[in-house]
Design a protein around this ligand. Structure first.
Ligand code: GLU
Length: 313
């Protein structure tokens, strides 16, 4: 991966932003450790933000368990942990600006209305727009995507990216019909508000980045540098199954999972061979970390299962 000239003049600020939908697992540890390593490598700050904006998907107590697990892995936020559920006013301000600029609009299209147009919203096609119909959905608010809104960016790990938002995504939701904030709006507002210069996260979110850059432009916010870490693939090159990827880590025995994440990030196993504690592991990792070795894809579970007896990863 390569650095980014624009970000080089500002102090590096990275973050890890889990949703509290379950326990910390191999995929989330990879994102946490990878973002921490890159922040430390650049002498920067590393922040943790809990993305608790989707109560129907949240698991009670998961945020606290994630934070405790991160602490067991030695990954503590450099600043107070931010929780999105306490930041509605910021999201509302951003939404109001977009509505004033006529970039955001009220939409009553349901999923089935949009199925007829391939799920891509280009104009409202709601058949249930009569608000008096019992089945009428609540209104969502969407960002208008204009024809020709093509976002290109250079991902520090995945390379050059381009997305034609009008064709591939369409007008996208900022506030959901059920009243909850959409991830895309909240993440953009928070990354800017927290002064994040470098977003490092799993490649499953690569596809969201175009929307986030478009929103940054609409709101006049800076665009951070993006680095999408390799997805964990199974031995057949398929995305790791939910059950494998979501198996909780054992915070009581952090070293095997930390070593596995280290190797998945393309780093030399020997660097952590002799360590006996998490503190020693993180110190050794900081010293020998080489960002250029991070692969863009990882196939096979070998690296994840370097300890056949462990069920930690
Ligand atoms: N909260 C998102 C997730 O857990 C990650 C958001 C991000 O890193 O941008 O998938």
């Amino acid at each position: 991966m390569s650095g980014h000239a624009a970000a080089a003049t500002r102090r590096y600020r990275g973050r890890f932003a889990p949703s509290p939908t379950g326990d910390l697992h191999a995929g989330s540890l990879l994102a946490a450790f990878g973002s921490w390593l890159l922040a430390r490598h650049r002498g920067g700050d590393w922040l943790v933000r809990i993305e608790d904006l989707d109560p129907p998907r949240e698991v009670p107590g998961a945020a606290e368990r994630q934070l405790r697990a991160l602490a067991a892995f030695g990954l503590d936020s450099d600043e107070a942990v931010v929780r999105q559920s306490r930041r509605h006013a910021l999201y509302q301000q951003a939404l109001d600006r977009l509505i004033e600029q006529d970039r955001a609009f009220v939409c009553r299209c349901s999923r089935s209305d949009l199925a007829a147009v391939g799920g891509i919203h280009r104009r409202c096609v709601a058949t249930s727009s009569d608000a008096h119909k019992p089945a009428a959905p609540q209104a969502a608010i969407r960002l208008r995507v204009n024809d020709g809104d093509i976002v290109t960016f250079d991902d520090a790990i995945q390379g050059p990216q381009s997305q034609d938002l009008a064709h591939e995504v369409g007008d996208f939701v900022l506030r959901r019909a059920d009243g909850y904030w959409a991830y895309q709006l909240a993440v953009v507002v928070d990354d800017a508000d927290q002064g994040i210069t470098d977003v490092v996260r799993g490649a499953d979110l690569l596809d969201s980045t175009g929307r986030q850059i478009l929103l940054q432009r609409a709101l006049g916010l800076p665009t951070p540098t993006y680095a999408h870490l390799p997805l964990l693939l199974d031995a057949h090159g398929r995305k790791l199954s939910k059950s494998d990827a979501a198996r909780p880590l054992d915070p009581a025995d952090p070293l095997p999972a930390l070593r596995a994440a280290w190797q998945t990030l393309g780093q030399s196993a020997q660097a952590l061979d002799a360590v006996a504690t998490v503190t020693e592991a993180l110190d050794a990792a900081r010293v020998s970390f080489n960002p250029a070795q991070i692969p863009n894809h990882v196939s096979g579970l070998a690296a994840m299962h370097n300890d056949p007896g462990a069920n930690a990863v």
